[in-house]
Design a protein around this ligand. Structure first.
Ligand code: SAM
Length: 419
């Protein structure tokens, strides 16, 4: 299968009647059967097109009177993105017309595809830059506007449209500057390394030895909130694929890494093997785990709306229907985690969500239920005072560090149990 045909299949699945996330499709047999570079090209093409889908549709709207069947509509979107990105018009149009002609049910629409794409090829260079950054769908835009105000949401949308650079967490913080130089990256104020155009990650120096791992700069903060964990028993309660487990193990903690998903734990195991770090792995439901720990990191399952820069399929494939259940699960997990924490211990609660109900509100409510708990106000290097929230957590959003390339949306707070 060609990269374009595979990108089309991915887009059809994300935008189909039963929408799928690209991450759910990653291990599809048909995709894994492709040579790695072609597979990567297909995934990049589908991801980039989804990131710009509203711009593609706006450009196409002038030339398509009646919406064609979804697979043909997606051909037009993918080709429009390629043309907007500067793809050679003749090749792009030819290949997508050929792709259309192969469709059993829609091959007869190849003439339409040809005619529309010729017009798009002519106008994309001048019209594309005038199009606004794609808007979030209403199910997400409305609660975010309420929480942050409309101007900030425009800034979030601009950041989403720009995509994300690749951030690495160095295994040894004292070698961060050396690795940044070796990899041609930038050392960020919080200690992560940022790469502009990394190419294939697994071929970079230091990958095989586990000198660093891929982790967004914002996602690297929650584990650091625990401070010195040397020799402490730390429970990483929703651990897979393990970015935070690696940080805690590298910092000298005795880590128990628990996750409900056996498949995702396999990835955690591979990450531990690559880095030579150690953790006790437990496949279980966090809500039924028993034990007593010096510190706990709860990176609860959430809407993942803080990661849209890297996962632009999410607002398309989801409609927010599951958020209520997630909020209830997060609260139950937080309550149970507190029972596993030793007196004097610290619990980090975090989610990669932009929605305050999945972040700040949980801490406010936990403090109401347990007035004896204390929020430990963060003093992390590189964390700006205006990221610190009223109740003493950290709120990051995609529009922060606009000149450096943004960061994921995250919420985190440290709760201390009294002795
Ligand atoms: C946000 S991800 C964790 C990311 C991870 N902490 C990291 O840094 O790589 C949330 C995880 O929660 C796990 N999960 C969901 N429900 C769970 C449950 N009831 N018990 C334990 N783990 C659960 C999911 O399998 C998923 O791996």
């Amino acid at each position: 299968m060609s990269a374009r045909a595979a990108a089309l299949r991915l887009l059809n699945a994300v935008l189909g009647e039963t929408p799928r996330l690209l991450s759910e499709l990653r291990d599809s047999t048909w995709l894994l059967a492709m040579p790695a570079p072609e597979r990567a090209r297909a995934q990049r093409l589908a991801t980039d097109c989804l990131r710009q889908i509203e711009r593609c549709d706006r450009l196409l709207a002038k030339h398509v009177k009646k919406t064609p069947p979804l697979p043909v509509q997606n051909v037009l979107r993918l080709a429009t993105w390629e043309l907007a990105e500067g793809g050679a018009a003749h090749g792009v149009v030819h290949d997508w017309v050929t792709e259309t002609s192969r469709m059993q049910a829609h091959g007869h629409l190849k003439g339409l595809v040809n005619a529309v794409l010729r017009k798009i090829a002519a106008e994309a260079p001048s019209e594309w830059p005038k199009l606004r950054a794609p808007r979030l769908p209403d199910w997400l835009r409305e609660p975010l506007v309420e929480a942050y105000g409309a101007p900030r949401i425009l800034a979030f949308e601009t950041a989403h449209a720009a995509g994300a650079p690749l951030d690495l967490t160095p295994r040894n913080a004292s070698q961060a500057a050396d690795w940044a130089e070796k990899l041609g990256g930038t050392l960020l104020p919080t200690g992560s390394i940022r790469l502009g155009s990394p190419g294939q990650v697994s071929t970079l120096p230091g990958y095989d030895d586990g000198a660093w791992w891929v982790q967004d700069a914002a996602a690297a903060l929650p584990a650091k909130l625990l401070g010195d964990v040397t020799g402490k028993s730390v429970l990483d309660l929703c651990a897979a694929p393990g970015g935070k487990t690696l940080q805690l193990a590298a910092a000298g903690a005795k880590v128990t890494a628990l996750d409900i998903s056996e498949t995702r734990l396999v990835r955690l195991k591979e990450n531990l093997a690559r880095t030579g770090l150690k953790a006790r792995l437990v496949a279980a439901d966090a809500l039924s785990h028993e034990g007593s720990y010096d510190a706990i990191l709860l990176d609860a399952p959430c809407s993942a709306t803080g990661t849209i820069r890297r996962h632009p399929d999410l607002p398309q494939a989801r409609d927010g229907a599951e958020i209520g259940e997630l909020i209830a699960l997060q609260e139950a997990m937080l309550e149970h985690a507190l029972t596993l924490l030793k007196p004097g211990g610290t619990l980090i609660f975090c989610t990669c969500s932009l929605i305050p109900d999945e972040g700040e509100c949980h801490i406010d409510e936990a403090l109401d239920r347990h007035p004896e708990l204390q929020v430990v106000r963060p003093t992390l290097e590189g964390v700006q005072p205006d990221w610190i929230t009223e109740e003493g957590g950290i709120r990051t959003t995609p529009d922060l560090w606009p000149d450096e390339g943004g960061m994921d949306g995250f919420y985190m707070a440290a709760l201390r149990k009294p002795h």
